[in-house]
Design a protein around this ligand. Structure first.
Ligand code: OTU
Length: 647
């Protein structure tokens, strides 16, 4: 059955699908094809319609999906079947994530397999390994400059190692997430090399310009990603005298997604990778796929259409595989990556909740939760079948994405607040407890971003330096507090390697030549396994944080109200230093999250509990044991948190 007269694609595919996949799987494939075809056709028509070859492109792509479905290993098909039955499998209350570089965590992929007990202890059900495909020699942006999508980086192992690791993870019920760098390749990639050699088919894979006319026109409205270390978005090629589009570093050449051959090639890369056992594909730099002069060349409608088409084809070939958008953009631009804008055009399944991350640090520095309450309350709900990943920090810098409108709404000057946060976390602000570093100060826009490990930004370096136990305690409480928000606000909480044992920024990050002058390596240390041995000792920072995170995972597991697809709403209450929110699921008692961003004691009016539907309150988890009542109000200790439910 086709919705387009004259083109009975499903009819044409039917005999092939049944022959290759057998009756049951073949029919399931055809049913999915029926379902995704309208989305696929619409999307491709809008993006590639001008080329006039969409009528040929669609059957080719469907054939690629069928080939991938046919060669999909049986254990992965079993996962697909389970996940089709329970499409919200990844939103369950027991899903906690962990993110690391294979080499920095455990040497290589085999090493990772040997450390899975560490992850299981933390309650991890989702492991994101940072870029692991073969990247260029020398500087490679932490693996985000891929030279060969079909090979694992030899420094990390082989494809067979990756498959074995995926299998070992699946045996333990852990899903594997891997990066797909789809906005650009390394200039050493064979496509780029052929383009350089003049092959017209591959020249059309990138964006070359004979002179500065077009680059100048684009740059009038293009923001800088790395203004300090890689200014401009175009790189001059002495070999040909041309300019090539390079949004990030000069060795990362942007692919030309306006070319349908790029779409088809990257689809092939995605499906092949997923057939190795990857469950979640992180789509790097998703907002940048489409360029339009006069814009910032991010979040263009065509970029969304491309993601929708990739999603449709992935779902068709392997329904258990998820797409995660890496879009670190403002909240209004962000929700559409989850398909929130159009009910019938599903997009990615997961996206990074950058807003929650920034708001946590903002509240911590300002000792004020009004801005987070304002910004988070205003945000649209995401579609129920998709979710966030939530986190305290990630492998990149923290960009101080404070919305102007939200800041003014709580009488805060947005530019001054952004500058304050950068100063505060670099330790420049009087009274700051943090010891981070500036990343990519941009004199043009005035923007300054921040690098540093969670514990260092939360004050642990300072505290250990002068050795006052109260300060050490406060720093650790702040680390716990931010995690308590990330674990309970709604989404899959991600722990970034080292944070679970309060590791501090790596003072030797610059010693490795391939780190160049990229200080994001401050917060990409090598795992300190000696320190990790102290993770069960409650007297030391490692043990404090490790046991707190374990308790959070356990508390999450105990209630469906902390599922990623349970509702979240921010609660208005009188105390400006407290962030309060409710989690609600129809099958469980509500949970009230309370986070106290204050270095003194605070009071919370008990009516908040009643409004949240909590009649007989008890802490599901809290930083300070039983609830502490004081004449009808809840007394909150400095930097405390509680997840309160009803008995
Ligand atoms: C991503 O980040 C990666 O996370 C970075 O580690 C890479 O350097 C980069 O891509 C290039 O591959 O601008 O400052 O909206 O924020 O894609 C980091 C998305 C970045 C961008 C994001 C990018």
């Amino acid at each position: 059955m086709s919705r387009e007269p004259g083109v009975d694609l499903v009819g044409t595919v039917r005999p092939v699908a049944l022959e290759q996949l057998g009756l049951l799987e073949g029919e399931a494939f055809l049913a999915r094809l029926d379902l995704v075809l309208p989305d696929l056709r619409d999307a491709l028509e809008e993006v590639y319609g001008a080329h006039g070859d969409v009528a040929r492109l669609v059957p080719d792509l469907v054939a690629d999906a069928l080939a991938a479905a046919t060669s999909r290993p049986e254990p992965l098909r079993v996962l697909d079947r389970r996940r089709e039955v329970d499409p919200s499998w990844f939103l369950a209350e027991d899903v906690v994530g962990y993110v690391c570089y294979a080499d920095r965590f455990a040497g290589d992929l085999r090493g990772v397999r040997e450390h899975l007990d560490h992850l299981e202890e933390l309650g991890v059900r989702y492991l994101h390994l940072m870029p692991l495909l073969k990247s260029r020699e020398g500087e490679n942006d932490g693996g985000y400059a891929v030279e060969d999508y079909d090979a694992v980086d030899p420094r990390l192992g082989t494809m067979a190692d990756l498959e074995a690791l995926a299998e070992a993870l699946h045996e333990r019920g852990i899903a594997l997430c891997v990066d797909l760098v789809l906005n650009h390749t390394a200039r050493e990639h064979v496509w780029a090399q052929k383009a350089l050699a003049g092959d017209p088919a591959y020249r059309a894979f990138y964006r070359f310009f004979p002179d500065r006319t077009e680059p100048d026109a684009y740059e009038r409205t293009l923001p800088e990603v790395f203004p300090d270390t890689a200014p401009g978005s175009f790189t001059h090629l002495p070999e040909t005298g041309e300019w090539v589009w390079t949004t990030f570093h000069e060795y990362q050449w942007d692919l030309n997604w306006a070319n349908p051959a790029v779409f088809r090639s990257m689809l092939g890369v995605l499906l092949t990778l997923a057939n190795r056992g990857v469950d979640v594909v992180r789509l790097d730099a998703a907002p940048f796929l489409w360029k339009r002069v006069g814009t910032n060349c991010q979040n263009q409608p065509e970029a969304h259409r491309i993601l929708q088409a990739l999603r449709a084809l992935t779902r068709l070939a392997m329904p258990g595989v998820l797409l995660k958008a890496e879009a670190i953009v403002g909240p209004d631009e962000l929700v559409p990556y989850l398909g929130g804008h159009e009910r019938y055009r599903p997009e990615c399944d997961l996206a990074y909740d950058n807003q929650l991350m920034v708001m946590g640090w903002s509240a911590l520095a300002a000792r004020d939760a009004r801005l987070p309450a304002q910004a988070l309350a205003r945000r649209r709900q995401v579609p129920r079948q998709s979710g966030w990943v939530t986190y305290v920090r990630n492998h990149d810098d923290i960009g101080w994405a404070v919305g102007d409108e939200d800041a003014w709404a709580v009488a805060v000057d947005p530019a001054r607040h952004r500058a304050f946060l950068a100063d505060f976390y670099a330790g420049r602000h009087p009274g700051s407890f943090a010891s981070g570093a500036d990343f990519q100060a941009d004199p043009g826009s005035g923007s300054v971003r921040t690098s540093g490990m969670t514990a260092s930004l939360a004050g642990l370096d300072e505290a250990l330096e002068h050795g006052w136990p109260a300060d050490v305690d406060a720093a650790l409480r702040r680390v716990e507090l931010l995690h308590a928000v990330a674990y309970a606000f709604g989404g899959i909480p991600l722990v970034y390697m080292g944070d679970e044992i309060a590791m501090r920024s790596d003072p030797d990050w610059a010693a490795e030549p391939e780190h160049g002058d990229d200080n994001r390596w401050l917060h990409r240390p090598r795992m300190d396994w000696v320190a990790a041995e102290r993770r069960h000792d409650p007297q030391c920072p490692e043990g404090r944080i490790f046991s707190a995170l374990r308790a959070m995972a356990a508390a999450r597991r105990s209630t469906e109200s902390l599922r990623s697809d349970a509702d979240t709403w921010v609660v208005n209450q009188g105390n400006p230093r407290v962030l309060a929110w409710v989690r609600h699921h129809p099958r469980a008692a509500p949970v009230l999250g309370v986070a106290c961003f204050s270095d003194g004691e605070e009071l919370l009016d008990a009516t908040v509990l009643r409004h949240a539907g909590i009649t007989d309150p008890r802490p599901l988890l809290s930083s300070d044991g039983p609830l502490d009542w004081w004449s009808g109000q809840l007394r909150l200790h400095p930097w405390s948190y509680a997840w309160i439910t009803t008995t």
